[in-house]
Design a binder for this molecule. Structure first.
Ligand code: HT7
Ligand code: ZN
Length: 855
């Protein structure tokens, strides 16, 4: 497969002014007729992309073209010497009924329960018809949909213009939709289905009355209220915080159970994975429900950051994704404790992005080349991309950042632009942020090391910081990046902050002097995680314990516990700390915090995941050792605080369900306490779990109890699993939880995984179900990295490679860190990957394997 390079970007020779699409869906195929009005922009051939299409007819300016009039090869249809104004009429046939890749136009569901939906980002539109399917070609779309009346719901982007019966065909009907906004083809969407709808409305700050609709299967329509409220909250939030109002009269969301990712921001017609839009207390955990709200907001925010201002090419993906993730994180921070939001965002970044950046899949936030763009919807593009926007926003300050974003929207509305355009608009008040471009270009996580020196004679504290980024092969030698390090000095006696500063580390090594410091303070660095870096500061354990008690901001307190835990757990990797200081500090902090902020208290008991710990180990990573150390520390915490669990559990009684931050905090902490109590064998803890399961008012309580019982292998765990299955067997999303709690159990074996894969409810065509077993299983490295574990895992990739390459390739990326394993696991993994390479078929899997194997 051939590589595409950022440096080779060329403007398209033709623009499309309008496209009229006529999509007729029949029993076994669909026929697509399109009319494209195109105008020449520059010299060159007229190029259309098309994949898996049966071309029936093509006419140019009224004349039918023969095969001698165009070339068709490698997914392109090329017409040389086309006139400057062209009307193309194209007729193709496609087969959505057999499209298992879930890209383009595909059928979801089976038997009598089917629906048809599209997924066009990034390059799915070319599987619907021939088209200049690239994000810098913007056009006005009119879409006619025609289908059997068995599918009453016919939706496309924009406004409904007309609907009715098809003449002489009593069982068929049609609808015509017109989207007045210029959009790239990746934002096209249509739906042919039989769905119910939840309706609401929103009046924008500009006075527009917007009809809001969430479409779902009738059995799920009662789970759409949370999403609807989140949509209205997001609309309001974007008006208040960015001055952005919605621009169409209708905003539709459709829930579909077979979907490769979370959701898609198609103009005026978002399509959502059911897991990311449906929510009800009885069936959805608090964590999931919170992420439903965040994803609804994320897709809504794309209307401005992505749809109205889009990407010039797919290398600029972070332009829309990084900024939109930053926006959804800020929205979520306004919906709950901002400290907890930051904790969760940073924990995700550290667990996934740091590990990606440390391995063979490391790439810049703006990649410079790719074979298959689907392989670059990564945590680096999304989450590290968001961190860069956050650093820029903090560097500019709230007011200037707002001026900059206003300028961005003013200057580029309706255009397809680049990261440089974004930075130039943001620089309107001050060009100090232009150096941040290097963050987009350079892969690898910088390591910031430092120490301090206090001179009592001059009352001066000097902090020396240096930065180092590993040289990722294939890229230029790394250069120093601008790293904002938010810093506070704490007086050791009073515990108060005596000075706060934002240090800008933009050279390899720098010294910062703080004057008039009466005695040596404890320095708190990288507060609120002011940059996506690893921090290695010369702390004593006692300094960290001090900060755990005195830090004013919840995020920073959590960060300190994580540093302590990492020092304890990564002893073999050169750090040395005893758990005593950590345990003492926890024992002191927890009781008060549990009463003040239960959610934060729950987070303070976090022990980094095996995956996060592994990301810091570059050689001889022994999954058994890390697991044993994690478990030992968990056990130590549970036992050190053993006397507190019963009291705490009682302090957090089960009450009737409420969706408030306090209630969610109580539920989160209660689940952690329950697990700790089971770990420490506290008397009666098994009964607490049983009662919590039986009397649960919501899924967070019920699932928390089930998970704890399964992980601790309590005697009746199997009965509870059976009960859970029975209660919820009609609900696919809950059955996903049932699969995942077993597949991710601390005690899971490959036999269990095998039997889950053979279960009657396992379904290879539903990514949620595949992930509920396979991704859950990959969270247990001691089982994954074995002969049998790898056999299963790579077997799944082989099986999906042809049917759903996007999913196969994403699952494969989880194996990227094989090269850091201790022998013989490393060799075993290497052999399995080489074997997979012999069978690899899709360019998605071929490209990912090539990168993974170059480790
Ligand atoms: N912009 C979307 C990214 C996306 C996607 C979504 C669903 C299925 C396949 C997809 N490929 C790419 C989602 C987002 O970031 O909002
Ligand atoms: Zn997005």
């Amino acid at each position: 497969p051939s590589k595409i390079n950022l440096k080779d970007y060329k403007k398209p020779s033709f623009d499309v002014e309008t496209i009229d699409l006529d999509i007729k869906l029949f029993e076994t195929y669909a026929q697509i007729d399109s009319v494209l009005k195109m105008v020449r922009q520059t010299t060159g051939d007229l190029v259309l992309f098309g994949e898996d299409l049966e071309l029936l007819m093509v006419k140019m300016n009224g004349s039918q073209l023969g095969t001698e009039d165009y070339q068709q090869q490698a997914g392109k249809l090329t017409i040389s010497d086309a006139p400057n104004e062209v009307t193309l009429e194209i007729q193709v046939r496609i087969c959505p009924q057999t499209n298992t890749a879930l890209e383009g136009f595909y059928m979801a569901g089976s038997g009598d329960d089917t629906m048809f939906v599209t997924q066009c980002e990034p390059e799915g539109f070319r599987k619907i018809t021939f088209y200049p399917d690239r994000p810098d070609v913007l056009a006005i779309f009119t879409t006619r949909l025609e289908a059997d009346k068995r599918y009453p719901t016919l939706l496309a982007n924009g406004n409904l213009v007309e609907a009715g019966e098809v003449t002489d065909e009593p069982n068929r009907h049609y609808a015509i939709w017109h989207d007045p906004t210029n959009k790239p083809s990746y934002l096209f969407a249509c739906v042919v289905a039989d769905l119910d709808v939840l309706t609401d409305s929103y009046k924008t700050s500009e006075g527009r009355n917007v009809l809001l609709e969430i479409y779902a299967k009738s059995a799920d329509i009662d789970k759409c209220d949370v999403g609807m409220q989140a949509l209205k909250d997001a609309m309001k939030w974007d008006e208040v915080n960015y001055g952005r109002a919605y621009d169409l009269d209708r905003y539709m969301i459709v829930a579909v159970s077979q979907f490769n990712m979370g959701a898609m921001e198609n103009k005026g017609l978002n399509i959502f994975n059911t897991a990311c839009v449906l929510s009800s207390p009885e069936t959805t955990t608090d964590a999931r429900s919170f992420s439903v709200k965040a994803i609804i907001a994320h897709e809504y925010f794309h209307n401005w950051t992505g749809n109205r201002i889009t990407c010039r090419d797919w290398f600029q993906l972070c332009l829309k994704e990084g900024f939109t993730v930053y926006r959804d994180q800020s929205f979520s921070a306004d919906q709950q404790s901002s400290a907890v939001q930051r904790i969760d965002d940073v924990a995700t970044l550290r667990a996934h992005q740091f590990s990606e950046d440390a391995g063979p899949l490391a790439h810049p936030v703006r990649p410079e080349s790719f074979v298959e763009i689907n392989n670059f919807y990564t945590t680096t593009v999304y989450e590290k991309g968001a961190e860069i926007v956050r650093m820029i926003a903090n560097t500019l300050g709230q007011e200037d950042f707002r001026k900059g974003t206003d300028e961005y929207f003013r200057r580029y509305d309706g255009q397809a632009v680049t990261v440089e355009d974004f930075l130039s608009a943001l620089s309107i008040t001050d060009n100090k942020i232009e150096d941040f471009i290097d963050w987009y270009r350079q892969p690898g996580t910088p390591v910031v090391s430092g120490h301090q020196n206090y001179d009592s004679a001059t009352q001066t504290l000097t902090i020396t910081l240096s930065q180092q980024t590993r040289h990722v092969s294939g890229f230029d030698a790394p250069k120093p990046l601008p790293i904002p390090v938010a810093t506070a000095l704490f007086d050791k006696d009073s515990g108060n902050i005596i000075a706060e500063r934002m240090l800008l580390l933009d050279q390899a090594t720098q010294t910062f002097a703080c004057e008039d410091v009466a005695s040596e303070p404890v320095v708190s660095l990288l507060r609120d995680f002011s940059a996506p870096v690893q921090l290695n500061y010369d702390y004593q354990d006692e300094d960290l314990a001090f900060l755990l008690t005195h830090e004013t901001n919840g995020f920073n307190r959590w960060q300190v516990t994580q540093m302590l835990v990492n020092r304890i757990l990564l002893q073999g990797q050169g750090s040395k700390s005893s758990p005593d200081v950590y345990l003492q500090a926890l024992a002191q902090t927890l009781p008060r915090l549990a009463a003040d902020d239960a959610m934060l208290a729950a987070r303070l008991l976090d022990i980094p995941s095996a995956q996060e710990l592994a990301s810091a180990i570059n050689k001889n990573y022994d999954p058994e050792l890390i697991k044993a150390q994690r478990e030992a520390l968990y056990q130590q915490v549970a036992e050190a605080l053993k006397d507190q669990w019963a009291g705490l559990y009682e302090q957090l009684p089960m009450q009737s369900y409420e969706d408030s931050a306090d209630a969610r905090g109580t539920r989160a902490l209660r689940n952690v306490v329950l697990d700790m109590a089971l770990t420490a064998n506290v008397n009666g803890a098994v009964e607490w779990a049983e009662q919590q399961y039986n009397n649960a008012s919501c899924m967070t309580e019920r699932f928390g109890a089930l998970k704890a019982m399964v992980n601790h292998q309590v005697t009746n765990a199997d009965e509870y699993l059976a009960d859970f299955y029975e209660r919820f067997q009609e609900n696919d999303l809950v059955i996903d939880l049932w699969f995942s709690v077993q597949a991710s159990a601390d005690t899971v074996s490959t036999d269990v995984i095998q039997s889950l894969l053979e279960h009657q409810d396992f379904d290879w065509n539903t990514p949620n179900r595949v992930r509920s077993v396979i991704s859950a299983f990959s969270s247990q490295p001691t089982v994954l990295w074995t002969q049998e574990g790898l056999e299963i895992y790579t077997g799944v990739i082989k099986k999906l490679d042809d049917a759903n390459p996007v999913l196969a390739s994403r699952l494969l990326q989880t194996l990227a860190r094989w090269n850091t394993l201790v022998e013989p696991r490393r060799q075993m993994a290497h052999n399995k990957l080489l074997d997979l390479q012999k069978h690899a078929a899709s360019k998605h899997v071929i490209e990912s394997l090539e990168s993974v194997l170059k480790a």
